[in-house]
Design a binder for this molecule. Structure first.
Ligand code: ADP
Ligand code: MG
Ligand code: MG
Length: 210
């Protein structure tokens, strides 16, 4: 659809939770190579809590959906990724304002706000081998496609490919942020766990909002 409502955005968050559950062990394996082997477990715990919170009381605005998601992630995930994902969703909430529906430009705007939140919180730059390296190209691709008048479904397909390329590009990188940075050169040769999980967020958007 070219305009998405709270129900569609709720489907996005739920699809992200489903993909995190499906890829929990992969995410944890990736984090065992260059971190402390908890990324899949952390996000699965958080997104399960999000799904439960949203089932209890269905939000009636996009901003409320994202706010509850972000607050639940902050209070249940911990580690580096809890505050980062939490901030991302809280920034999406602020960017959604009091809108009841979002068009393609709005979806690009909220994901740009999410990326800005990740940067404000974690200070990552391009090439640091973090979730930034998948989310930033996805947001840029989405903005460009929406700006060129592409329908949201097509623009999200472009964003998915950009995120996947960004995730693959983290493999040779040497980590400069987070636990993986403690490994120095030995962090090279593995995909970044957070770049992998944030790619799932974009994949979920393409599946639920298209
Ligand atoms: P922890 O490292 O505390 O165990 P997780 O394993 O849940 O937390 O998350 C690790 C992921 O967090 C990394 O793969 C990376 O993508 C992301 N990350 C860590 N630090 C930063 C940062 N400063 N900025 C952006 N992303 C970061
Ligand atoms: Mg970890
Ligand atoms: Mg940890």
């Amino acid at each position: 659809a070219d305009t998405v409502d709270t129900t569609a955005l709720l489907a996005w968050v739920r699809e992200f939770a489903r993909l995190i559950e499906e890829h929990r062990d992969l995410l944890t394996e990736l984090d065992s190579a260059i971190g402390d082997a908890d990324h899949g477990v952390n996000l699965h715990r958080g997104m399960s809590a999000v799904v439960a919170a949203l089932a209890e009381d269905t939000p009636d605005r996009p901003a409320e959906l994202f706010k509850r998601t972000g607050m639940t992630l902050v209070s249940t995930v911990g580690g580096a990724s809890g505050p980062l994902y939490g901030t991302a969703f809280l920034r999406m909430s602020a960017a959604a304002g009091d809108a009841e529906t979002l068009d393609g430009a709005d979806v690009a705007k909220i994901l740009r706000a999410a990326l800005d939140g990740v940067v404000a919180r974690g200070k990552a730059q391009a090439g640091d081998k973090t979730m930034y390296d998948a989310l930033a190209p996805a947001v840029a691709g989405l903005e460009e496609a929406v700006g060129n008048g592409q329908p949201l479904s097509h623009a999200l397909g472009i964003a998915v490919r950009a995120a996947e390329q960004g995730r693959e590009a983290t493999i040779p990188m040497v980590a400069r942020k987070g636990r993986a940075s403690y490994l120095g050169e030995r962090s090279a040769g593995h995909p970044d766990p957070g770049a992998t999980s944030v790619t799932l967020l974009v994949v979920a958007a393409a599946a639920a909002l298209a």
